[in-house]
Design a protein around this ligand. Structure first.
Ligand code: ADA
Length: 539
């Protein structure tokens, strides 16, 4: 399918209610968040975006935004998405050829209702707007979608899954990497070997293409699986080191320009890291594309944050979560960078009542893709009762930051990580969050200073590298991130930001960034030296 981008300056109107808008008195950028700019900063209401589109016949439109989206074509409703941050597609008949009016209404109001998927107690700001490129594609009969799932990194076998619009053909033309096409009988699902395949690895992120009839996809050949306490990439044990990262910037909200996203990934990679947890929602496609190309490993997760029992047992909330997991896997399945699926960050997973939903989400994901491990980030740690339902045990823990107030804080890290390592079941164990806040420019050396944060994170890294039991760490957080202040967070979020970034919100490094860079540089130099010595001994 050939997608056409509709990015640019659209007509715009803001309304505090959701009455259908007919007067567009302003303009706004798409992608863009209306409440990140000066005119409507922090407003809660509906942003109406309008433009004309030349099209006809059956059409698919895809977009991603928040917090709830409605789509109108020539004034008629054609789609609705109540799943914030979720990649969303709607298909409809565009009518006769000519110019048509497309309107997208982005509603960022926050009704207090457990059925909602976004709540203001979440520790990140729920922006209103269109977060990502808006794209359309005319629909034709025949192959509509191709999924490629790597099965074996030794002989290059992949599973191919096809979806057709209307009827399926008897046979299709299949071609890898632009080689001469071969005609094969049509099947919804079949296996084959990639000719002259090269593996996708973080150091050599080789990408292949597969074309089936008119549909072309890019994929990487790599396997990812759990074995005992280990996580194996292409059958080799992985150690993950990296950051949690929100897709956000004070100037752009959640609609960050791709150039910023790519630069963030490049910085993390060149620091010597190999891992980003895309917290706490599905990431934009450009982020995944860039991670595929740059060899960055990604944890992709569906939206959730500290959801209490009341949410977990609410059937509308559950339905939304199931749908969000389905959409996430469907959109991201061909990205080799995605190695872990996650959901429901810090849910009430110490309650038996959490088990049905945790189990249902894990099974929903596995039914759509059994080629990657599934997890959720738990802050219930030793009290958690859902770890048996997932493949990786992931822990959010802040020893010495939210505890040990009488001590120096840093001394609490190692004993806590040792205790967790000793007591949790035999599965790969990941620290999915750990960190300490630092106010940019504070050099008082006490808590909240750049010095304290740097010492804290160096101790964490030292623990992770010396404790075999840990599969890795995603430090909290890559950069300072805007959040809510008038909620539970009012005491711990100066400036209205989560200040645990190692860069500030404008990506200016704090001391921790420089210290971690040095630490990883020395660590990587040592690894290279030891590998050379081992080779030397062998030969
Ligand atoms: C949690 C949560 C993060 C952030 C962090 C913190 O672990 O998952 O989103 O809020 O705590 O900074 O306290």
């Amino acid at each position: 399918m050939i997608w056409h981008r509709l990015d640019g300056i659209w007509d715009f109107a803001y309304c505090s209610t959701d009455e259908f808008c007919t007067r567009f008195d302003s303009c706004a950028a798409v992608p863009g968040c209306f409440d990140a700019g000066s005119a409507l900063f922090k407003h809660r209401g509906v942003g109406w975006y309008r433009r004309l589109v030349e099209s006809s016949g059956p059409l698919c439109l895809r977009l991603r935004g928040g917090l709830a989206l409605r789509v109108f074509w020539d004034g008629k409703p054609v789609g609705q998405c109540n799943l914030p941050y979720s990649p969303f597609e709607c298909t409809f008949d565009a009518g006769d050829s000519g110019r048509h009016e497309l309107i997208i209404a982005a509603d960022n109001r926050l009704p207090a209702d457990p059925a909602q998927q976004f709540h203001p107690f979440y520790d990140f700001y729920g922006y209103g707007g269109v977060y990502d490129h808006v794209e359309i594609c005319p629909l034709k009969d025949g192959i509509r979608r191709v999924e490629v799932l790597p099965l074996c990194c030794i002989d290059g076998t992949v599973k191919i899954r096809l979806e057709c619009r209307n009827s399926s053909p008897d046979s299709v033309l299949l071609s890898f990497d632009g080689k001469p096409a071969e005609r094969v009988p049509y099947a919804d699902e079949f296996e084959c070997r990639v000719p002259e395949f090269r593996l996708w690895t973080p150091d050599a992120p080789h990408l292949h293409t597969l074309r089936i009839d008119d549909e072309e996809v890019r994929f990487g050949l790599r396997t990812i699986r759990c074995e005992g306490r280990d996580l194996l990439l292409n059958d080799e044990k992985l150690k993950l080191v990296g950051y949690n990262r929100h897709e956000a910037h004070p100037q752009f909200g959640a609609a960050t320009p791709d150039v910023l996203t790519i630069e963030d990934i490049r910085k993390i990679k060149s620091q010597g890291c190999n891992f980003i947890r895309g917290c706490h929602y599905p990431q934009k496609e450009a982020f995944l594309d860039a991670c595929d190309r740059m060899g960055m490993l990604v944890w992709e997760e569906a939206l959730g944050w500290g959801n209490p029992e009341e949410h977990l047992v609410c059937s509308e909330f559950q339905q939304g979560q199931v749908e969000a997991c389905r959409q996430m896997v469907r959109r991201s399945i061909n990205h080799p960078s995605v190695i872990i699926w996650g959901f429901l960050n810090e849910n009430a997973s110490d309650r038996d009542s959490a088990r049905p939903l945790v189990s249902r989400l894990a099974e929903t994901i596995r039914a759509a893709d059994s080629s990657r491990p599934v997890t959720f980030a738990s802050n219930r740690c030793l009290r958690d009762c859902c770890f048996d339902l997932v493949d990786i045990i992931s822990l959010n823990t802040y020893p010495g930051w939210y505890s040990d107030f009488d001590g120096d804080g840093i001394a609490a890290i190692r004993p806590e990580l040792e205790k967790l390592a000793d007591q949790l079941p035999e599965k790969p164990l990941l620290i999915s969050e750990i960190g300490a806040s630092a106010i940019f420019g504070d050099h008082s050396e006490c808590r909240w200073s750049e010095e304290f944060q740097a010492r804290y994170l160096l101790e964490v890294l030292d623990c992770i590298f010396t404790m075999e039991r840990y599969t890795g760490v995603a430090l909290w957080h890559y950069c300072d991130t805007k959040t809510y202040v008038n909620t539970i967070h009012f005491l711990g979020r100066p400036r209205g930001f989560n200040n645990k970034g190692v860069l500030n919100e404008y990506r200016i490094p704090k001391m921790a960034w420089r210290e971690i860079s040095k630490f990883l540089e020395e660590k990587n130099a040592l690894d290279v030296k030891q590998t050379k010595e081992a080779h030397h001994e062998k030969s």
